[in-house]
Design a protein around this ligand. Sequence first.
Ligand SMILES: *[C@@H]1O[C@H](CO)[C@@H](O)[C@H](O)[C@H]1NC(C)=O
Ligand SMILES: *[C@@H]1O[C@H](CO)[C@@H](O)[C@H](O)[C@H]1NC(C)=O
Ligand SMILES: *[C@@H]1O[C@H](CO)[C@@H](O)[C@H](O)[C@H]1NC(C)=O
Ligand SMILES: *[C@@H]1O[C@H](CO)[C@@H](O)[C@H](O)[C@H]1NC(C)=O
Ligand SMILES: *[C@@H]1O[C@H](CO)[C@@H](O)[C@H](O)[C@H]1NC(C)=O
Ligand SMILES: *[C@@H]1O[C@H](CO)[C@@H](O)[C@H](O)[C@H]1NC(C)=O
Ligand SMILES: *[C@@H]1O[C@H](CO)[C@@H](O)[C@H](O)[C@H]1NC(C)=O
Ligand SMILES: *[C@@H]1O[C@H](CO)[C@@H](O)[C@H](O)[C@H]1NC(C)=O
Length: 796
Amino acid sequence: MAFSISLFLLVLLFSFQSSSSSLLSLNKGSSLSVEKHAEDVIVSPNQMFCAGFFQVGENAFSFAIWFNDPHTHNNNHTVVWMANRETPVNGRLSKLSLLNSGNMVLVGAGQITTWSSNTASDAPVKLHLQDDGNLVLLDLQGTILWQSFDTPTDTLLPGQLLTRYTQLVSSRSQTNHSPGFYKMLFDDDNVLRLIYDGPDVSSTYWPPPWLLSWQAGRFNYNSSRVAVLNSIGNFTSSDNYDFSTDDHGTVMPRRLKLDSDGNARVYSRNEALKKWYVSWQFIFDACTSHGICGANSTCSYDPKRGRRCSCLPGYRVKNHSDWSYGCEPMFDLTCSRNESIFLEIQGVELYGYDHNFVQNSTYINCVNLCLQDCNCKGFQYRYDGNQIFSCFTKSQLLNGRRSPSFNGAIYLRLPITNNFSKEESVSADDHVCSVKLHKDYVRKPENRLVRFFLWLATAVGALEVIFFFLIWGFLIWNLKTSSADQQGYHLAAVGFRKYSYLELKKATKGFSQEIGRGAGGIVYKGILSDQRHVAIKRLYDAKQGEGEFLAEVSIIGRLNHMNLIEMWGYCAEGKHRLLVYEYMENGSLAQNLSSNTLDWSKRYSIALGTARVLAYLHEECLEWILHCDIKPQNILLDASYQPKVADFGLSKLLNRNNLNNSSFSMIRGTRGYMAPEWVLNLAITSKVDVYSYGIVLLEMITGKSPTTTGVQNIDGEEPYNGRLVTWVREKRSATSWLEHIIDPAIKTNYDECKMNLLATVALDCVEEDKDVRPTMSHVVEMLQSHESDPRNIINA
Ligand SMILES: *[C@@H]1O[C@H](CO)[C@@H](O)[C@H](O)[C@H]1NC(C)=O
Ligand SMILES: *[C@@H]1O[C@H](CO)[C@@H](O)[C@H](O)[C@H]1NC(C)=O
Ligand SMILES: *[C@@H]1O[C@H](CO)[C@@H](O)[C@H](O)[C@H]1NC(C)=O
Ligand SMILES: *[C@@H]1O[C@H](CO)[C@@H](O)[C@H](O)[C@H]1NC(C)=O
Ligand SMILES: *[C@@H]1O[C@H](CO)[C@@H](O)[C@H](O)[C@H]1NC(C)=O
Ligand SMILES: *[C@@H]1O[C@H](CO)[C@@H](O)[C@H](O)[C@H]1NC(C)=O
Ligand SMILES: *[C@@H]1O[C@H](CO)[C@@H](O)[C@H](O)[C@H]1NC(C)=O
Ligand SMILES: *[C@@H]1O[C@H](CO)[C@@H](O)[C@H](O)[C@H]1NC(C)=O
């Protein structure tokens, strides 16, 4: 009964859709009019794209191309191109016409031509939207007179080339489609860059401006200047910036967009849910984009609150609704030496606009340098290691960002009569580290039904009464069947669910099959009632209340990266605290290393994947989340030997009150993998994970575990005394040192260049001085740059 009703409704739906008039092409002499913007739409043959008038404001329209998605509401389409983004046309009397001269013009009210294709042809031409989203003006022979792919706005579609003649320009905000401040283009030196081009200043922020192009893995000798994303998710650029999206390999709708926050992201669409998710982004840290908070401000980021802008002390925000205007001083500074004081703000970095730079400067010298200069607004004083401090005096206070790992402070010049405190006004903001989230959220079934019902009620005039009863029956039937799964999904907003203790007890057959131990709990294998295999961790330490526990768990549950073990749910009942994870058939890296199943290329890709997820969690989620226990037992391998790191965020769950001031009261981690900071009782930063990661790399290269002692070297010459790091370092000075250290299981079958790089990176990561160790995103850059081109030079 229910089936036949839904079939009937479906037929009805189709008959309604076909009655709306969409076009396949536009011929000479015809036009699209803004008043009929709902019907006058050109649709691509595969129904994927639409071109037509798109409403950008009250009574304001632009001619645009967007993804055709019938489920979208409130005109909230995913726009990929716009003809007139600067100058929208009036909602009355505006027209897009294909003239007999062969020119295509957008004429606004008052007969003002707002945009034109500048084409001419005596022969017949037609305007056609291709399946790839390219709007083309063709003549009968199929020659392209004009195409939208030649003038991108902020989006590149698969197959669309970014060339020396084109650039992407972000929009001003998510809702304001006019051109914003960020650009992606090939610079004069052939390198693809992201540039902030603000009202007053402009600067490059990607690749990192302090790196030479070859250090960032870029070629500047290839002058072809072309970049393209393909439909399976590979991006290639002539300057050697290449990547594959996290979900590469399958053809699906994708788009590369320079977003209004200055980051470029690749979005892919989950066809089942019609939802876009981020499958790649150019920048990991939300505060890297310049100008994001305007002048005289700082940007900070944490995953709970997202990105936040705040004014420096003594400054106040200019425009609360738009931080890119920055902050203005609340004081007048005289140039007299004795009327300035300096306010110290730790952990804030200001990039660029250095009036003067002195390496190895004392604090007093730096103060005097600033006081001598009437334009000096303050200075940056940074520790560079080896007892050397650098001094940068600032003529403008731009690109400020807060970063706990930054080893230095700014000293702000303020009038001596001030009483400004370090408390500042703060903004709220949008981007949470969940930009990479692509959990398949559960849709609430009633919503869809109600919407459907409403649509039906208005659409079906005469049959209304009959249908009312039919649908009512359908609704009740459906509600009955869906109430069972709804119950478990009341947490759908965070994408994972709550399990009862009994359910998990049953899944694990009474916690019978133990598969691991450590980091605060025992892990059991289980099978859920829906037949999914899971790993269930039962925490020993259950002091937290349920609310607190839930708050933390829901944040961990929102972390999502292809190289992170996914958490499917949790249980908090009475004193029981359990976490439910996906199950990895291939076991841990530790098991695979001891059974010699990994060749060098698998090891390399495990190294890269692990680095990626650490970079994602360290930098995008800032210092908020450290792993603190990176070791081969915690790196699990999926069916294709891609690594998935387990136990992220657990340190936070288990020891919630001790993370403050980046000092832990209790040593955590595993002997052999622990950074010296733990032992020396120094500040704990993300660099502890970098250290442990370095040890894991050494273990993967040499096949020797840092926790065993007395292992004999392969040649039998030198005894290996358990100090893996010292041993490898000593070998380094020898010629063809790789031969001496590499895991005998790999034999001679390896890419020398890559393994050399891996070993070099590993040794950098295990430097005693945490400030000398690279960050995880730097590690990713190094490993990645080499992945695409073996000739590349490495800055060792
Ligand atoms: C429009 O869509 C985007 C992404 O799908 C979403 O984040 C946003 O909230 C939507 N806005 C409205 C007004 O529906
Ligand atoms: C895409 O990238 C992947 C991984 O880098 C590579 O294995 C594959 O060959 C590439 N495919 C194409 C068509 O370039
Ligand atoms: C320059 O880049 C293009 C496009 O990526 C590539 O086809 C070409 O081989 C490159 N030329 C050199 C000399 O590397
Ligand atoms: C503040 O910013 C908004 C949004 O850009 C703008 O409409 C408004 O005019 C600005 N106000 C001032 C005082 O500049
Ligand atoms: C930032 O502060 C300086 C004074 O320190 C001031 O000259 C400048 O105009 C301010 N910038 C903005 C955008 O208000
Ligand atoms: C600063 O020095 C100038 C001249 O040296 C003097 O006139 C002025 O009163 C001093 N100001 C303060 C606040 O000490
Ligand atoms: C730094 O400066 C101090 C004193 O000016 C000097 O003793 C030291 O050698 C300098 N260090 C370096 C590395 O130049
Ligand atoms: C100091 O603070 C008080 C109140 O907070 C304010 O009224 C006064 O103007 C401030 N003085 C200066 C020099 O800014």
